[in-house]
Design a protein around this ligand. Sequence first.
Ligand SMILES: [Zn+2]
Length: 267
Amino acid sequence: MSGRVKGCFDSLNARWPWLKIALPTVIILVFIIRTLAPVGDSETVRLAPMQAHPAVPERPARSFEGKKLVALTFDDGPSPATTPRLLDILKEQQVPATFFELGSLVKRNAWITQRALREGHEIASHTMWHQNLARLSASAAQGDVNEANAAFVEAIGYVPALVRPPYGSINGETWKSFGGATMISWSVDTLDWKYRNTESIMNNLVNQISDGGIVLMHDIHATSVDAVPSVIAKLREMGYEFVTVSELIKMRGVSVEPSKMYARFAP
Ligand SMILES: [Zn+2]
């Protein structure tokens, strides 16, 4: 230590003797807090095991022999204004669904995400901020996805196995930011966000539905939630059984690849 630096320490020591104890204590405390806080640390999140998650919850055995399958999916939530009412409907109807949620809203409304998971629904990622990933650099996309993953880890303890890029939009690089999660789009676009009424949702549903289909809706619109009882009744009448997207993948025996986006899992 140079004489000048030592002189400086000596004068500090003389003026504030408590610094000698306080400074090292603060440094040690900061170190301990950083080590103990796993959530929000991007390195920890990246290391979160992709396989060790309850994507397919335990359910009483049901027979799907000869049944047509459909997965209802809800994007852009969770919203305290509309999602709990949707969960009430799904619970009453005993219909499992898949929620593609925004990390930014999961952070604010973790209790809704936790409730959905508890009630047998699948939680999937719709990224953090709903950006068009095709227009982002690879590193910007990775930053968004990491932030979302951290929000999911904090709320439910794992990184979801499925992801839906906003607008179904990716490019040759940005899909890699999902780190192996399966990309899911949809085969039935209800356009519920555009034509906010049950009749239009039902028309699009009936015209586009097929076995193994994935139905796109948005749980942030009250009009979409209003339509759900009719959607369920119609699909039941047409002979469909409801499953989550991960259940659908499993039942159709598809070995998914991270570079592909899946719109439907046909028989
Ligand atoms: Zn969306």
